[in-house]
Ligand binder design. Structure first.
Ligand code: AMP
Ligand code: MG
Length: 333
């Protein structure tokens, strides 16, 4: 078992993506392909039903594209992995249906994986870190996670909105296209004056709605957008890095791994690297294509789970609305 390629399907939010990986000679995995189609709302935030329709239209094409690009025949696949949760209901159901249909057609097992854990495992598989604290900063999720006693434990997380959602909502009010994170990153480079914003760290948790409200206020008062973008980034990222550092100290880890779309941000990568260097630790950041939601990370975790026989019977392949990181029994490491 676990010698052939595994296909992974991601469709929990605005991104539909299919990746194919294969066990590498001498351990680890090789990513054969990772293809994407992103739903971006013409106005406002993500509409779950519309996003799901987009994914339903895109997935058959993405699966064909991925197989062709990887040079893999459907019958050669060892298993089909999919993101079982957490995520937006209609989107996850669409991804699960596509996975079930493919697995049934080729007569191979399904592997339902936890989306957040996949962000972590892809970093371990590709970058070779051993036992990192994961700073997972994406649109809907913001968590600081580490492995302890058979589970990935959440040491800290956002008490309200995900950091990416905060950036996207701010950008929307500023008239920036979705997703706003990359645009704000560029604007922040020209920011000159730091505008104080609420720094909310509560124990090991963070909160972002206060920054959003305060930044929107400053925007309506006419403060320059570049200054705002820079100040929001500095404040929001410092909060994350503080909690991550504390988690590393508590659990005695000397590796930090970044994941999630916001981890594509160079300033966040720089701040996390400085923190790690100052502690004599190492910072690992996957290439942006493996930070954002992607099918390859689902395939990577699917491959690891397949190795230990952790497949998902069709009747248990329903999507899990609230599939928390620490609910997953980690049997593969
Ligand atoms: P994900 O949910 O993991 O696919 O990540 C999507 C989120 O990442 C969105 O909220 C984006 O605005 C955000 N994002 C993507 N690239 C960047 C960037 N360079 N800087 C900040 N946020 C980003
Ligand atoms: Mg994600």
């Amino acid at each position: 078992m676990g010698q052939g390629p595994v296909l992974g399907i991601e469709a929990t939010a605005h991104t539909a993506s299919v990746g194919i990986v294969q066990p590498a000679e001498g351990g680890g995995v090789e990513i054969l392909t990772n293809v994407f189609a992103s739903y971006s709302p013409t106005e406002g935030g993500i509409h779950p039903r519309e996003a799901a329709n987009h994914h339903a239209e895109s997935l058959p094409r993405l699966i064909r594209e991925a197989l062709a690009e990887a040079g893999v025949a459907p019958g050669d696949l060892e298993a089909v992995a999919f993101s079982q949760g957490p995520g937006l209901g209609p989107c996850r159901r669409t991804g699960a249906s596509a996975a079930r249909a493919l697995a049934l057609t080729i007569g191979r097992p399904l592997v339902g994986v936890n989306h957040c854990v996949a962000h972590l495992e892809v970093g371990r598989a590709v970058l070779g870190c051993q036992d990192p604290v994961l700073l997972y900063a994406s649109g809907g999720n913001t968590q600081v996670i580490a492995y302890a006693a058979g589970r990935y434990r959440v040491f800290g997380e956002t008490l309200d909105i995900g950091i990416g959602n905060m950036l996207d909502k701010l950008g929307r009010e500023m008239g920036l296209p979705f997703p706003a994170g990359p645009t704000l990153e560029r604007m922040a480079l020209s920011g000159e004056r730091f505008l104080p914003l609420p720094y909310s760290v509560k124990g090991m948790d963070v909160a972002y709605s206060g920054i959003l409200t305060a930044a929107l206020n400053l925007h309506s008062k006419g403060e320059p957008m570049d200054d705002l973008a820079m100040s929001v980034q500095e404040t929001a990222f410092a909060m994350l890095v503080e909690v991550t550092e504390r988690a590393m100290a508590h659990v005695g880890r000397d590796e930090v791994l970044l994941g999630g779309g916001v981890a594509a941000n160079s300033r966040l990568r720089e701040m996390a690297t400085i923190m790690a260097d100052e502690r004599g630790a190492r910072c690992f950041a996957p290439p942006p294509q493996l930070c954002v939601d992607n099918g390859a990370m689902i395939a990577v975790l699917g491959e690891m789970m397949l190795e230990v026989g952790a497949t998902t019977p069709i009747e248990e392949s329903g999507v899990m609305q609230r599939f928390r990181t620490d609910e997953v029994e980690v049997t593969w490491r």
